[in-house]
Design a protein around this ligand. Structure first.
Ligand code: ATP
Length: 133
């Protein structure tokens, strides 16, 4: 199967850099599946999992919003934060979720910021579940 290079980069580091067969993620306009030789595209990315397929296996990376750039042979994701399943501190994400839920329940503070924090925490918890033991 043909492949394309996928790089997921944050201000701090290169989180992921591999040749992959398929990428499934959530762009601003909806879910998108990318195969090699996809038409060039630039789009904002939601707080979402990036699902990557190669050699019959799937890996997930948690991405906290950013930008997606697709070229026929290369996909780059620039994200504010991104973590592999094994890098996610589940207890920290549970605490962030509880804090955000409390702010939303009490209508306390910036509600949009609390909603975004909740989405980041839920996304991390979902991706952490895919950790291969
Ligand atoms: P918190 O309130 O726990 O800091 P957050 O969603 O506000 O969560 P971010 O601002 O998205 O955190 O990320 C700040 C940095 O901390 C990034 O480098 C991110 O990768 C890392 N990070 C955040 N939450 C976790 C987590 N649960 N496990 C591992 N790294 C995390």
């Amino acid at each position: 199967m043909s492949r394309m290079q996928l790089d997921i980069v944050t201000p701090e580091k290169i989180v992921y850099s591999k040749e992959v067969e398929m990428i499934i993620t959530r762009a601003a306009n909806g879910d998108i599946g990318i195969l090699p030789q996809h038409a060039p595209l630039v789009s904002p990315l939601k707080i979402t999992a990036v699902r990557v397929k190669k050699d019959g296996e799937e890996e997930q990376i948690a991405v906290s919003g950013g930008f997606l750039e697709v070229r026929p042979d290369k996909v780059t994701i620039l994200a504010q934060a991104a973590e592999l399943p094994g890098e996610i501190d589940v207890e920290r994400a549970e605490r962030a979720k509880a804090r955000a839920e409390e702010r939303l329940a009490n209508k306390e503070g910036d509600q949009i910021r609390a909603e975004m924090a909740l989405r980041r925490a839920l996304n991390r918890l979902e991706v952490a579940k895919t950790l291969k033991k």
